[in-house]
Design a protein around this ligand. Structure first.
Ligand code: 5GP
Ligand code: MG
Length: 175
């Protein structure tokens, strides 16, 4: 697998991301929500670098799809925390077409949040399909299918400590 971002590059990028979030929000309390499952690794690293008082929750967003093509989005709010009157920041692994975060922004605004912003590890350089842009992004990457550091291909490779570009030969190592 070709490495796009090494473990060290990821760490530096996440530190930079945390710094811009800290600078933006200062000491005001924040509710951070992890968009499961891809943001799992980023989320664990990021929240430990933030300085303001934090409330932490998760939301499940998944598209009905197998593999690499984006499909219809399903949002499961059963594990989410109360956002009414709160400043909320969604955390996701990657901003691709933007449909996932656009939809989640709408949902959380609809639940009465005071503000909704989003932070992502990666933003793909490609034609976005929505008006929304992530407020904080650690890296811009080319339009290639990446895995590792939480990102999967059919639920594999999330545990890789680096970010790699999936190649056909990598599929042989899948169970
Ligand atoms: P969007 O709704 O912005 O098009 O897509 C966001 C979701 O698509 C991400 O949360 C992620 O699950 C998936 N996705 C988009 N690009 C990639 C990619 O390069 N690799 C992986 N593993 N998932 C991706
Ligand atoms: Mg995802």
């Amino acid at each position: 697998m070709k490495t796009l971002l090494s473990e060290q590059e990821l760490r530096i990028g996440v530190e930079r991301l945390a710094k811009s979030i800290d600078d933006f929000y200062g000491v005001s309390p924040l509710t951070v929500i992890a968009v499961m499952t891809g943001s799992l690794v980023l989320f664990a690293d990021l929240i430990r670098l933030l300085s303001m008082p934090l409330r932490v929750g998760v939301v499940q967003a998944s598209s009905y799809r197998e593999g690499m093509a984006s499909g219809e989005l399903h949002v499961d709010r059963r594990m989410m925390i109360d956002v009414f009157g709160r400043d909320v920041m969604l955390v996701d692994d990657i901003f691709d077409t933007g449909k996932t975060l656009d939809r989640l922004h709408d949902e959380i605004r609809g639940l009465g949040a005071n503000s909704v912003r989003s932070a992502v590890l990666l933003k793909k350089i490609r034609s976005v399909e929505v008006d929304l842009r992530p407020d904080f992004a650690a890296f811009e990457i080319p339009d290639e299918f990446v895995v590792g550091y939480g990102l999967d291909y059919r639920d594999h490779f999330r545990n890789l400590p680096f970010l790699g570009v999936l190649e056909p030969s990598d599929l042989e190592s899948m169970a």
